[in-house]
Write a protein that binds this ligand. Structure first.
Ligand SMILES: Nc1nc2c(ncn2[C@@H]2O[C@H](COP(=O)(O)OP(=O)(O)O)[C@@H](O)[C@H]2O)c(=O)[nH]1
Ligand SMILES: [Mg+2]
Length: 381
């Protein structure tokens, strides 16, 4: 779909292609079986979502599924045929990319974990620590992967070696790239295609596997005469901050360059505010050293408990908090989660799903987190 903007100077109209905020497809109203389709009834909408993503986010009375019937049918078929399910995971955001609804669906299949975006990982976090985190999260969801492979679309070597890594585990069967939205499935495919040699007489196609009213469009890449690699649409993860903020804010929240740890000492009665999107307060124990891991575009400042609500609201409304989202205007948009950290001197992670996390040594601290309603706040080892 195209939207036309008249330039202020008048003469030329500028044409801008609009993309779906959910799946990234170009919005269009020509073909309902192609991605990005916006039906006539939703033509005037300003959500910037295609019908599919709109339906997922506004389940309404009809259904509360975040994984559609067509998607479930596709996975069942894949498992039956012994296909390799390539679970694409975001190295920076394990909590928003290792998700229970998808894990549950693929548990009985042959799963390979493809941990992508390793280039974003802070320098002080080792691959061993990352692998440990991935393994424990998958295992908590009943998955023991055949292998865990680390990739980055910015690391040619990992992309070049991807084909042989996948071939080693697929037993000649199909491969399905699956995962939540924006973990990099399509970006991996684009890079993969640069080194891809099609030895078949089939071509790379877009295929519709869904049923009417439940579109499911995949990219199909022939691997050999009888097997195919499928890039599938991202699964919607309702507990991620990504769904609670405005689409223009998203580019600041999702890191684009390597995340650098930022160090703070927080005293009781104090806390930290993350842009104009969330904050936390230390409500007990002695002062604590924390390392904060967020996109470098997220401004982090100290905040005092007794003025926290006021400070937060003014950050939201006076343009001083960055990033700010028009969907979060004051503390009414936030919900409280209290995290009690054990007093054992071990390292703990306090995470706001899809946004960022704090790392600290357990000393019996109590933290109150205020994150957008619906966003999960978690304590991990
Ligand atoms: N830094 C970095 N960004 C990546 C990587 N892979 C994907 N991205 C970016 O992540 C965003 C989402 O990627 P996309 O392929 O559309 O995700 P999909 O929804 O899983 O298909 C895009 O802006 C990509 O450029 C990676 O390895 N490193
Ligand atoms: Mg994609």
């Amino acid at each position: 779909m195209r939207s036309t903007y008249k330039k202020v100077s008048g003469m030329t109209a500028e044409i801008k292609v609009r993309r779906c905020y959910g799946c990234g497809s170009t919005l269009q109203n020509a073909d309902r079986y192609e991605p990005g389709y916006v039906s006539a009834q939703r033509q005037e909408n300003d959500e910037g979502l295609c019908d599919r993503c709109y339906k997922l986010r506004n389940p309404g009375a009809q259904t509360s599924q975040v994984i559609t019937r067509s998607f479930t049918a596709m996975i069942r078929k894949a498992i039956e045929s012994q296909a390799l399910l390539c679970y694409v995971i975001d190295a920076f955001s394990l909590d928003s990319s290792v998700v229970s609804n998808l894990s549950e669906l693929i548990r009985t299949g042959r799963v390979l974990a493809l941990v992508n975006k390793v280039d974003l990982l802070p320098a002080n976090i080792s691959n061993e620590e990352l692998l440990e985190g991935v393994k424990s999260r998958l295992s908590a969801q009943g998955i023991s992967p055949l292998a865990i492979y680390l990739t980055s679309i910015n690391d040619e070597q990992t992309i070049r070696a991807l084909r042989s890594e996948l071939d080693a585990h697929r037993d000649g069967k199909d491969i399905y790239l699956i995962g939540t939205q924006r973990v990099g499935k399509s970006a991996i495919v684009n890079e993969f295609l640069k080194y891809y040699d099609n030895s078949t007489d089939r071509t790379v196609t877009r295929e519709s596997l869904g049923e009417p009213g439940d579109d499911l469009v995949v990219t199909a890449i022939p691997l050999d005469e009888d097997s195919t690699l499928y890039d599938t649409p991202g699964v919607f993860e309702p507990t991620s901050i990504v769904n609670q903020i405005d689409r223009r804010t998203l580019k600041y929240v999702l890191p684009r360059t390597r995340v650098v740890a930022r160090n703070f000492t927080v005293k009781p009665g104090e806390g930290l505010v993350f842009g104009a999107l969330s904050y936390c307060l230390l409500t007990s124990a002695a002062k604590t050293d924390v390392e904060a891991y967020f996109s470098s575009d997220v401004q982090i400042d100290r905040i005092r408990a007794e003025r926290a609500q006021e400070t937060f609201t003014s950050l939201c409304q006076d343009g001083k908090g960055h990033p700010a989202s028009p969907t979060i205007r004051d503390t009414d948009a936030l919900a409280e989660t209290v995290l009690e950290v054990p007093d054992d001197g071990l390292e703990y992670i306090l995470s706001i799903t899809g946004f960022g996390r704090l790392r600290l040594k357990g000393a019996g601290q109590t933290f109150a987190f205020y994150a957008p309603k619906g966003v999960r706040v978690l304590l991990h080892r």
